[in-house]
Every structure is written in C-alpha cells, then in structure tokens.
Write a protein of this length. Structure first.
Length: 78
C-alpha cells in the first residue's frame, strides 16, 4: 500500500502542532542520531556474523587411544 502524500502532510501538521516549531530541529537531529546508531549496530552485527561464519573451525584435539579411562581400567581388574 503506497503512502499517499496527503497522509505525510497530515502527519507533519500533527507533529508541528504537538511539538511546536522550536523543537523540530532537536527531534530531527535525535532521529538522525538514532538511525545512525542503528545502522552502525546492524553493520557491526553483520560483520560479526560473517566473520564467525567464514572462520575456520579449530582442529579437534587428538585422542590418546593408549590411555585407558577409569571405567575401562576398573572393568579390567575383575
């Protein structure tokens, strides 16, 4: 559903009535900072995810087949 230009004008008039012309620049800068921080956090999260996906997994530790576990050592005594 496309946004009709009349809706945009109505919303701007309502915002102007509620906040007044003096606070509109403050609100605009606050909204700009919030959008900038959101984009920064989103890009950092995306970079983290792509780095973790592209990272090579560590090789598993070699298992020592000659060392016996305590369960197998106790079963051999019987």
């Amino acid at each position: 559903m496309p946004i009709h230009p009349l809706w945009i004008v109505a919303i701007l008039v309502i915002v102007l009535i509620i906040f007044g012309p003096g606070r509109l620049p403050e609100l605009g800068s606050a909204a700009g900072k919030a959008m900038r921080e959101f984009r920064k956090a989103t890009s950092e999260l995306g970079n983290e995810v792509s780095a973790s996906v592209n990272a090579t997994p560590a090789a598993p530790a070699p298992s020592d087949a000659s060392a016996k576990s305590p369960e197998s050592a106790s079963s051999n005594k019987n």
